[in-house]
Design a protein around this ligand. Structure first.
Ligand code: MG
Length: 402
């Protein structure tokens, strides 16, 4: 089969516009409208400042907006993907990364990936918006390749190792998630180490209430969004153990490797330590794995794309650890269904009250599958590429051209 080359790459942004026009976040899922659980007094490293305590949007969590990367092959086939990088990402794609993409054959994804990573080392700082952008290009390339050869990405990656993906739900209402068929519910913590023992007591009261509602067997987890120190996390973990908390997630910033190592030693036996959504390099994931993180949680849109996610999964596998990516919908589904060390996956509840299942990247993707009874089947993923199309009724802007 003679494969076409990549003729064009284009980058579009939807900076903050999704929330204003559609009341929905798109690729920047934090960019939700008012009165959304995802922006309701969630503990962060900024919680210590009174003026930024109540809302993550108040300190700029939704400032980047959506990046859409579109790649077009010489035969006219197009692929696309999204991430969180907005206008900054558009600049990087159009003025820098385009040179590594255009002219290559559609199957040369690993070569392009390596050139993107190495050529941006002098300003990527090992993660952040540059890696988000590279991730979107990588994902768009996998989508294009799948669409050209008319196969779903998961088949290009070696095929499914299970017939279906079972999901836990992240959101404010694990009790409702249980009714919807999910296997567990992950709650954001609302208090951080800035609030001391009083903060611990308040989050434990929420956990106790939720345990009462969901019964003994349903999984409950805490997502701590980099808001704690080792002492606080240790005390919270021990206070949560009687309520069978399954794991403590992202207690510390991504580079505080020693804090993770220390917490792992201090935690009650059997409770899991998880993190990874804000780590953007392979080396960073190796360090987290070395520190004893039980579940690595890369975001495929922020860690370097599917190409990087497969490498991270291998690091976890080498130690018997799990890799359970941070949300990210179809871009995660097609990878994790091929991983033997991903027995379940995450569904981020983007409905404002977390009371029904809504596609995570609504309204940017068309045909985005959602779990029914907590499950997505391999058959539902059986469409070329990532199986989704770009909703061109979204207000896309192309701020730069090359
Ligand atoms: Mg998290």
């Amino acid at each position: 089969m003679k494969l076409p080359t990549i003729a064009h790459i284009r980058a579009y942004s939807m900076g903050g516009a999704a929330a204003k026009i559609h009341g929905q976040g798109g690729g920047d899922y934090h960019d939700q409208g008012k009165d959304h659980w995802i922006d309701n007094h969630i503990a962060t490293p900024m919680s210590k400042y009174k003026e930024y305590e109540q809302s993550r949007q108040s300190f700029g969590l939704n400032v980047l907006g959506t990046l859409v990367v579109e790649v077009e092959a010489s035969d006219g086939t197009t692929g696309f993907a999204i991430s969180t990088a907005g206008t900054i990402g558009c600049f990087i794609v159009e003025h820098h990364l385009s040179r590594f993409v255009e002219g290559k054959r559609v199957d040369q994804i690993k070569l392009i990936h390596d050139q993107m990573l190495n050529s941006t080392l002098f300003y990527s700082g090992g993660g952040g918006v540059v890696i988000n952008t590279i991730s979107a290009v990588d994902l768009a390339l996998w989508d294009l390749y799948g669409k050209v050869v008319k196969l779903p990405v998961y088949k290009l990656l070696g095929g499914a190792v299970r017939d279906e993906i079972h999901f836990y739900a992240t959101g404010a209402r694990p009790d409702l998630a249980k009714e919807m068929g999910f296997i567990g519910g992950k709650l954001p913590t609302h208090w951080s180490s800035a609030f001391g023992d009083e903060g611990i007591a308040k989050d434990i009261a929420t956990l106790a209430d939720m345990r009462e509602r969901v019964g003994d067997k349903f999984w409950l987890m805490f997502d701590c969004w980099m808001s704690q120190d080792v002492n606080y996390a240790t005390k919270l973990a021990h206070a949560a153990a009687p309520y069978k908390l399954k794991w403590m997630e992202e207690c510390f910033p991504p580079n505080q490797i020693e804090s993770y190592r220390e917490l792992k030693k201090n935690m009650p036996k059997g409770m899991l330590m998880t993190t990874g959504e804000h780590t953007g390099t392979l080396e960073g994931f190796k360090e987290l794995s070395d520190a004893g993180v039980d579940i690595l949680q890369p975001d495929v849109g922020w860690c370097g794309g599917v190409t990087s996610l497969c490498e991270i999964a291998a690091i976890a596998k080498s130690r018997g650890q799990l890799v359970v990516p941070h949300g990210s919908s179809v871009y995660s589904h097609h990878a994790v269904i091929t991983f033997t060390n991903t027995p379940f996956s995450e569904m981020l509840m983007t409905a404002p009250k977390a009371d029904h299942v809504r596609p995570q990247f609504d309204p940017v993707l068309l045909d985005e599958p959602i779990p029914h009874d907590g499950i997505i089947t391999a058959e539902e993923l059986d469409k070329p590429g990532f199986g989704v199309e770009l909703n061109r009724s979204c207000p896309l802007e192309r701020p730069f051209e090359h």
